[in-house]
Design a protein around this ligand. Sequence first.
Ligand code: GUN
Length: 293
Amino acid sequence: MATILDGKKLSLTIQDELAIKVSERLQKGKKKPHLAAILVGEDGASKTYVAAKVKACERVGYQSTLIKLPEITTEKELMLEIEKLNNNNSIDGFIVQLPLPSHIDEQKIIQLIDPKKDVDGFHPQNIGRMVLNLPTFLPATPNGILEFLKRYKIDTIGKECVIIGRSHIVGSPMSILMARNYYPGNSTVTLTHSRTQNLKEICLKADIIIVALGKPEFLTADMVKDGVVIIDVGITRVNDNSKKNGYRLVGDVKFDEVSKKASYITPVPGGVGPMTIASLLTNTLNATKLKKM
Ligand code: GUN
């Protein structure tokens, strides 16, 4: 039976560490970190994620500002909001929750964010710095996964790491980070996607599998070898009338059967999700330090 990678607990541990750093800053007369989040539209999952980020800010003693904009917000209006945050000296870092409504060009928006305030690490300048191994803001979900591997002391050096899904937010940066000459990293990485022909064969050779696909229970026990490390990034709302809110959260891994073969596995919920928040808070403190205030 696998060891469960407890993201909820580890995220709180990291948050406690950050809270101590914040109180040390305040004692020295330095400013509180201040994170802003822009949420456009009414997507239920996005609302939940942003609310969790704001709540975590309170927990660690950061200031937070939530900017809620209606679905009909134009690209131009959103661009103006971003310029305001770029120029607002009180805001250390900010995020634009994705996905954006389809009439808004996501890349255009991301490229407008001041790279020094881009605590999601999505700006091309920060992605470039990540690739070159320069100091930067690492994207929150991949960084949360690295933190899991580090704190649970999971061996990655020379291991076969298979990543399923090539999104800009998770799969693609994860492939770069796991291949770096660094711990956690130094793995032999295979980045798979919807056009991959022999996914099962590839997965059966993997020591570490990171699934970020958004397809509930996609990875089954027949696709993995004994002792595999499983990181499940998927979190899909599946209708469930027995639940008060009418849905339950399901990962990309068939947990009950895969956990019997795995050495380590993340649960959903309570795995990668909370770690993403811990990373965002860490990036925000680092953004605050950049300003030397
Ligand atoms: N949507 C899903 N994950 C993320 C994330 O890490 N940051 C932002 N801004 N939007 C997301």
